[in-house]
Design a protein around this ligand. Structure first.
Ligand code: PSV
Ligand code: MN
Length: 385
């Protein structure tokens, strides 16, 4: 098992460009002061999260929300700010043509349009140097009989095969699943099993993305994580918290114990080893809380869960497990979870020349006041832009 300091050094958390923009529910998008008006300003905000945590070195883009005329200029700007560009998230869910699906649509013209967008995203990855193409499909049906479930799987696989063939040697597909919403009867990629089957059929450059908010209540997500890691197919996380459905709240806020259990399986399965290639991404919306601070808090929450996972006494645990000592084994796990790791993380930060309290330092930095004063006029970026 990895030791605490090495494990924390290896934990790189990617923040999503859309977390810095305005967001809301289907009832209301609330605007906040100082919100970015373009992808450059989103990257500037993401760079703040990295500056204060030292653990968020890349930012994910969503296309077309982050469309620019020259991605090499955006990549150079990000490098100037001290961050890199990460996964490219495709978007085939916000066009009228996709009402009955994108790559699974019965209409071949619409399927072609959707697949062309995915290929365009790979073109962008070539320029940004991104490794990962993250695919989430809102495709599905609302009513039994609406379309043929099996044929839709065939259409999906046909599109994925074309995109897979376009990938460079070091590029990957991350296939994300989601139980429901916006499709309410049958989503075309509803669970890790469906994603896994497509990935295996595609080849080694296709892996599963586990968005923690995309499961039925009570799902044992850490079991899925352990299984995918064991099969070499855990590509990435979209971290967030949910109380009810796909709430996109701050990771570790609803159920920190679940996050710890997930990170324990990550550590146990070698998921912090860079060779394993697991990307730790946030996929969150900060509808009512300040956004940069929300991202900093989230990065810290993942670090705390990871530190606890790294503290599990694996020798004591294995000894208890092997001798059938149920309570001893459980105690080994709970002792780690019950440890207050905040002082350990403060020390880790100080060793890296960071302030031990990222939130307080960010608040004192004046960055928020600066963007509120500077970002006036123009159109704020929002969910869907
Ligand atoms: C879908 O709910 C999702 O989790 C996908 O990752 C999208 O790209 C993202 O949310 C958009 O917010
Ligand atoms: Mn997601």
């Amino acid at each position: 098992m990895t030791d605490l300091s090495t494990g924390l050094d290896r934990l790189a958390i990617e923040t999503p460009s859309w977390a810095y923009a305005n967001s809301g529910t289907r009832f209301k998008v609330f605007t906040q002061k100082g919100v970015p008006r373009d992808p450059f300003e989103k990257i500037a905000d993401a760079a703040q999260v990295h500056a204060f945590t030292g653990a968020a070195p890349t930012v994910a883009l969503h296309i077309p929300w982050d469309k620019v005329s020259d991605y090499s200029v955006l990549a150079a700007y990000a490098a100037d700010q001290g961050v890199g560009l990460g996964a490219i998230n495709a978007n085939v869910f916000q066009d009228d043509d996709y009402m009955l699906g994108s790559v699974t649509n019965p209409d071949p013209r619409i399927r072609r349009k959707a697949t062309d967008h995915l290929l365009e995203c790979v073109d962008i990855m070539d320029v940004t140097g991104s490794r990962d193409l993250k695919l989430w499909f809102s495709d599905g049906t609302n009513y039994p009989g609406q379309d043929d479930i099996r044929t839709r799987q065939d259409r999906l696989f046909e599109a994925l095969t074309e995109v897979y063939a376009r990938l460079g040697d070091d590029q990957r597909i991350l296939l994300e699943y989601k139980l429901f919403e916006p499709a309410f009867y049958a989503t075309d990629v509803p669970d890790w099993g469906t994603s896994f089957l497509h990935c295996v059929a595609l080849g080694p450059k296709a892996t599963v993305c586990v968005d923690t908010g995309h499961h039925a209540p009570g799902t044992n997500i850490e079991f899925i994580v352990a299984t995918l890691l064991r099969a070499g197919r855990l590509g990435a996380f979209d971290f967030n918290s949910r109380f009810y459905a796909d709430d996109d709240l701050m990771v570790g806020s609803a159920d920190p114990f679940q996050l710890f259990r997930i990170m324990y399986e990550v550590v146990r399965g070698g998921g912090l080893d860079p060779a394993t290639g697991v990307a730790f991404m946030l996929d969150q919306c900060h509808n009512i809380e300040p956004k940069i601070q929300g991202q900093i808090r989230s990065v810290m929450n993942v670090q705390e869960a990871t530190a606890k996972a790294l503290l599990v006494d694996t020798v004591a645990l294995r000894t208890a497990q092997d001798s059938g000592d149920v309570l001893g084994a459980n105690a080994a796990v709970m002792d780690a979870y019950d440890t207050d790791v905040r002082p350990l993380l403060a020390t880790w930060r100080e060793r890296r020349g960071l302030d031990p309290d990222p939130i307080a330092t960010y608040r004192a930095s004046g960055y928020y006041d600066k963007i509120v004063a500077e970002r006036v006029g123009g159109i704020q970026a929002g969910w869907g832009a």
